[in-house]
Ligand binder design. Structure first.
Ligand code: PLP
Length: 403
């Protein structure tokens, strides 16, 4: 279907929940994707931090093909090996001892919220059920997770929201201390706020939060849906803060493009969800788990994490140099290959300009650009990105000499 027709039909029959860029992507290879007209783009979006191995990675493709031919789905009424192997991988490489599989980030957080409530209910009885989350956070689009999300624009029009949530300023320990009470069951945080504009938690802050949670037996939930699976240069972001959560959620990069989410926890916490207390028909399905296993193996055996850390530094350096050269850039923030750039000009127009120059980037708001490439990104790709950005900022300065 020609792009224009695809666009028109799509705008007529799909619910209007997204504003899409005006291209139709038909295939991908490594760091590149190609549109219907055969134009090539360098991908600094990676399907919103999902395609950690880039496009068409041979190990991932082979694993999916093999598993699809063998068994695609069986449900959780039976044992399936890929699910157990993946859970073993996650447990072997994290603080966690138990895993629950689902299909998305929102569902992983939904499981975390349910687990926290159930744990507290079982141990302290009803009434101690509140979860404190951060302003400007993002935890998903289901009713529980949009309630957990501290952003009006995500919640607006969906009231009544779920009871039992409160919101505090991110990175502000005194505000958190004030907000907790006898009814608080858990604190939920993204170590780096992704959708909220790439804000990195302070190490000391997370340590203080951990101590507070331990002291009061409140569960610490890390939403690593975006930061997990090597995005920040370590398998999980929490490793870099020297702080372990009680519950952690994953999705985005986990399946390398196949939909899968996971809620991980300490055994003592996970015990509060006995048979029948939670579930998901597709959760941990053999196809998605085989894909995630392949991703995991490449990350660990292919030294991809070291590479991601180096490329993260290189990207941050390039963006900071860009900031020094261009007045339009106000700040650069991030960790590893999750980088944000705050600009004084309309971020959406920068995204469009980059698209026209064959570069896919994303804006989290009117003023923040986000760079979340596949972890296989090279120095050459990053050089090209900085070149394109410089070009766009130069052009903007010429058009508005008042700047
Ligand atoms: C994307 C994201 C979610 C939601 O994930 P979905 O798969 O879209 O449901 C939750 N938390 C964080 C931190 C995210 O970045």
């Amino acid at each position: 279907m020609p792009t224009e027709e695809l666009k028109n039909t799509s705008d007529q029959i799909l619910m209007g929940t997204y504003t899409r860029q005006p291209i139709s992507i038909v295939r991908g290879r490594g760091m590149k994707v190609y549109d219907l007209e055969g134009r090539e783009y360098t991908d600094f979006v990676a399907g919103v931090a999902v395609n950690v191995l880039g496009h068409g990675h041979p190990d991932l493709v082979a694993a999916i093909q093999r598993q699809a031919a063998q068994l695609i789905h069986a449900s959780n009424l039976y044992y399936t090996e890929p699910q157990v192997k993946l859970a073993q991988m996650l447990v072997d490489h994290s603080f966690a001892e138990r895993v629950f599989f689902c299909n998305s980030g929102a569902e992983a957080n939904e499981a975390a919220i349910k687990l926290a409530r159930r744990y507290s209910h079982g141990k302290y009885g009803p009434g101690r059920h509140e979860i404190v989350t951060m302003k400007n956070s993002f935890h998903g689009r289901t009713m529980a997770t949009l309630t957990a999300t501290g952003q009006d624009k995500v919640q607006k029009g969906y009231e009544p929201l779920l009871p039992g949530f409160s919101y505090v300023e991110f990175n502000h320990f005194a505000k958190l201390e004030q907000a907790i009470g006898d009814k608080t069951a858990a604190v939920m945080i993204e170590p780096i706020q992704g959708e909220g504009g790439v804000h990195v938690a302070d190490r000391e802050y997370l340590k203080a939060v951990r101590e507070l949670c331990t002291r009061r037996d409140m569960l610490l939930i890390f939403d690593e849906v975006q930061t997990g699976m090597g995005r920040t240069g370590t398998l999980f972001a929490y490793e870099q803060f020297g702080v372990e959560p009680d519950i952690m959620t994953l999705a985005k990069g986990l399946g390398g493009g196949l939909p899968i989410g996971a809620c991980l926890a300490k055994d003592s916490v996970a015990q509060s969800m006995p048979p029948g207390s939670h579930g998901s028909t597709f959760g941990g399905n053999p196809l998605a788990c085989a894909a995630a296993l392949a991703v995991f193996r490449v990350l660990l055996e292919g030294r991809v994490l070291d590479h991601a850390r180096q490329m993260g530094d290189y990207l941050a350096k390039g963006l900071l140099e860009c900031k020094d050269r261009h007045h339009a850039v106000r700040a650069v923030r991030g960790l590893g290959l999750l980088q944000g750039m705050e600009v004084e000009i309309d971020a959406k127009s920068v995204v469009s300009e980059c698209l026209r120059r064959g570069m896919l980037i994303n804006a989290t708001s009117e003023r923040v650009l986000r760079f979340i490439p596949p972890l296989i990104v090279t120095e050459r790709d990053i050089d090209r990105l900085i070149e394109v950005l410089s070009h766009v900022f130069n052009r903007h300065t010429m058009e508005s000499p008042g700047h």
